[in-house]
Structure formats: C-alpha cells, structure tokens
Design a protein around this ligand. Structure first.
Ligand code: ARG
Length: 462
C-alpha cells in the first residue's frame, strides 16, 4: 500500500477491480488548484497552532506552490494508482518535500472536510463566471429592446394571438427571468460563503487546536460550519447550484424555442446571422437555428444533472458516504455546459435581425384588439361582464364577415350594441392599444422605456 492514504491496517493492496471503480482522478483532477489552496490554508492553521516549525511551514508552502506551478504548466499528472485528487497531491507533495515534512500536512483534516470545502470554492468561482455570462445575455436582450423600441408584435397566450405588445416588452420579459437567476446565484453564494467545512475532519472536528475560522478566511469564506457532521455530509449546496443552473437552462430554452419558431417561414419574425446559424449537408438553402436547438436540448441535460444528484442524496445516512463522490460529475457537466452555451446564445440574440414590419402586420390579426373594445366600453360605464359579451359578439360578427375588428362599419358596430359609438375606433389600432396600457409593468411605450432603464440599473447592480 505504498503511496496510499490509508494503507496501515491492510495486509495487502486493493484489487485492481476496486481501484478501477474507486478512482476519481479522471474527473476530480481539475480541483487541483483548489485542493492546493486548501492545503496552504491548512498548513498555516497547523503553523498557527504550533504544530509546524517555521522552517517546516515554509517548506510545505514552497512545495505546494511548486505543485501549483507544475499544474499550471500542464506537467503535473496523477498516477493510475492514485485514488483521487487528494491522494495524488499528497503523493506528489511527499515527492517534492520529502516524507518527513510532507507527512505532517494531513494532521487534523480529512478528505471529507477537504472535498466539501474545495468543491464549494470551485463552485463559487464558477457561479461568478456563469452569472457574468447570464448578464451578457441580459445585455444582448436589452440592446435589442432598445434598438426596437416602439416596434409592435402579436403578444400570445396559449400560443394564440392575445393582445399586441411591444417587441421590447417581450424581450425584456426574458431578461427579467434571467436577472432573477443571477440573483439566485448571489443568494446561493452568500449562504455557501458563510460555511467553510475545513476543520470538520472526517465528521467529528479536530482535537489539535486548529482554527477553522482562520482557514475559512484564508479561503474567502465569511465563516466556518457550526456543525462538523453537517459540514462534511451535506450537499444541499451542490443540489441548489444544480437547480439554479437547470433554471438558467430552462429560462434560456424558452427564448430558444421562440427563436426557432420565429425563424420559420411561417412566422418570419427573425433572420439569424450567418455566424450564429448552421447549414445542411444536403439542402443547400438551409439556415438552421442550431444554437437555439442545442440550448433547448441542453436544458434537458441540466435538469437531468439536478435530478440525478437529488436521487444520489436521497436517504443518505449521516455522515460522509462514498456515494457523495457522485456529486461532482453532474455539476461539472452543468458548469461546462453553461459556460459554452451562454456565450454562443448571447451572440445569437445580439445578432438577430427582426422583421418588425412583418410583426406589426400580424399584430392586429386574430382579433387581438377585442379586449380593447371591452375595456373601452368599461370606460364608458358598461359593466365588464356585459362589455366582454359585446366585444365577443363583435368577433363573432367579424368571423361571419371574414374581416378584422377595425373593418366593421359604424352601422355594424351600432347594430351589435348601442354603446359601440364610432369613438371606439380610437382603440382599434395596435398603436392605440399598446399606448393605453400605461399601468406599471404595462406595454405602453412610456412604461417600457422606464422598464429598460430599470432593467439596466438592476443588471449593473447585480
Ligand atoms: N474523493 C472523495 C469525494 O469526492 C473524497 C474522499 C473521501 N473518501 C473517503 N474514503 N472518506 O467525495
């Protein structure tokens, strides 16, 4: 058991089948810089507690830095015999500084508190990167909203024409959802930052007088865990991270689905930029929305990572169980997925070319101004229940005649209901309709301009 972290009580070495199953270096090696940072902080805690001489401490710090440099240069590698990143780095440290000094570092810590801590540090860094990418997408949406301020589109519910809205209003609806995801990452980060597990040991804490708060501060945490069992056994921070990444995927997939629809001949609302669309190997005319399709597909993968993780955690008894090693790959995958997806998606959104004439032409169709007739009647003193009936009768009459609402004559209006005076025509334009929705959060151009300012302020504060 030469080179293993736990050889002492075993008469022989592990079976190769066990080694093959147990090995995690092929995915946890990327945690090397975080493991080394944890080890450096731990060495300082040992030194502060009087368990390392100045010379030994200096030599450990030098050795750990040397490993960090080799990792950065791409020349540090695990051996097939290494079980995980922690074991590999200890072996390499012993090679670097000798077994005498290197063998002192492991005092008062366990891979259980190590992995819980450094996984948090890793995820905190990537949460910040992902938040930045999401904000870039918010920016792309806001820029399109600004460019197209005033353009009107058919607003839909149930995918049916509902009421006309401003295109910028619609685009910003996606942006607000994404901003909440950025907020979620921030809330998550504050919760995770408060609880560094280093010092929890295997599960029971340390007897060596080490200061977990010192290690926590060194690693950028605001505090250390109150309960060593909780610190080593809980992974709700991983599940919550996986949820937020899945939510981002879902929010992006909703934009993606619309881009896919809008880019069809039937909708004709957007054209994709050449740099952000793909062709077909057989059909020369094709221009495909692959980025949006991949976004839609990858959102399923992000949800899968969350569900798999929750299934791993369900009913796990306290404290650490090896099952917990299964927490990493799904979340690494979620991180990698979003870090390549989001920049491509933001590029696609930033370069969309909207056919606002086409949108404006379709906006009044499908009787999307019927609600405006009903609300005009309400302003004339008609109870809404009656107004709804009357506006519905207008739609029925138009369907019989094969025309749109604004094409009804004054006489036809009056024949439907005596309250339908010619003045009703004022609301039978899409411009009149959107301009009338002046309540906070509404689609009136003045409100939407304010909304854009509010969105930008929130995004730059995030
Ligand atoms: N590599 C493990 C993990 O990712 C940490 C090692 C803990 N192993 C152990 N036998 N206690 O969770």
């Amino acid at each position: 058991n030469e080179g293993k972290l736990w050889g002492g009580r075993f008469a022989g070495g592990p079976a190769p089948e066990l080694e093959a199953l147990s090995r995690s270096t092929h995915f946890d090696w990327r945690l090397t810089p975080y493991d080394l940072a944890g080890s450096k902080a731990h060495a300082r805690a040992l030194h502060t507690a009087g368990l390392l001489t100045d010379a030994d401490h200096d030599e450990l710090q030098r050795g750990l830095d040397a490993l960090g440099e080799r990792f950065a240069a791409g020349t540090l590698h695990p051996d097939p015999s290494d079980e995980d990143v922690h074991g590999a780095l200890e072996r390499l440290l012993l090679d670097e500084v000798g077994t005498e000094i290197g063998g002192k570092l492991r005092a008062g810590r366990s891979r259980n508190d190590q992995i819980a801590t450094l996984f948090k540090v890793f995820l905190r860094e990537h949460a910040a990167v992902i938040a930045g990418h999401v904000l870039d997408l918010v920016d792309a949406l806001a820029a399109q909203a600004e460019t197209h301020h005033g353009a009107i589109m058919p607003g839909r519910t149930h995918l049916q024409h509902a009421q006309p809205v401003l295109l910028s209003h619609h685009l910003m609806a996606h942006a607000w959802a994404l901003l909440r995801d950025v907020d979620r990452l921030g809330d998550w980060d504050a919760r995770v930052a408060a609880e560094s597990p280093y010092g929890a040991g295997a599960l029971a804490g340390s007897s060596l007088g080490l200061d977990p708060e010192q290690v926590a501060a060194d690693l950028g945490f605001t505090g250390s865990v109150a309960n060593s069992i909780d610190g080593t056994a809980s992974r709700d921070f991983v599940a919550e991270f996986a949820f937020v990444t899945a939510m981002i995927g879902v929010d992006v997939s909703r934009i993606a689905e619309e881009v896919i629809l809008w880019a069809t001949k039937e909708f004709g609302f957007v054209a994709l930029d050449d740099a952000f669309s793909t062709g077909s190997s057989i059909m020369p005319q094709k221009k495909n929305p692959d980025i949006s399709e991949l976004a839609r597909g990858k959102s399923g993968r992000l949800i899968g990572n969350l569900s798999g993780l929750l299934a791993t955690l369900k009913a796990l008894p306290l404290a650490y169980n090896r099952d917990l090693q299964e927490d990493k790959e799904p979340v690494f995958d979620s991180v990698d997925t979003l870090e390549v997806l989001l920049p491509a998606f933001a590029g696609q959104v930033a370069t969309l070319r909207f056919d606002t004439d086409r949108m404006a032409e379709l906006a009044p169709q499908g009787f999307s101004l019927a609600t405006d007739i009903a609300e005009w009647l309400v302003r004339e003193g008609v109870p809404f229940r009656v107004a709804h009936e009357v506006a519905g009768a207008c739609v029925r009459r138009c369907e019989e005649l094969g025309i749109e609402l604004h094409e009804l004559t004054d006489e036809q209006f009056a024949a439907i209901d005596e309250n339908l005076k010619p003045a009703v025509r004022a609301v039978l334009t899409v411009e009149g309709s959107v301009s009338s929705r002046t309540g906070r959060g509404g689609t009136a151009p003045v409100r939407v301009a304010e909304q854009l300012t509010e969105l930008r302020a929130r995004a730059s504060a995030a």
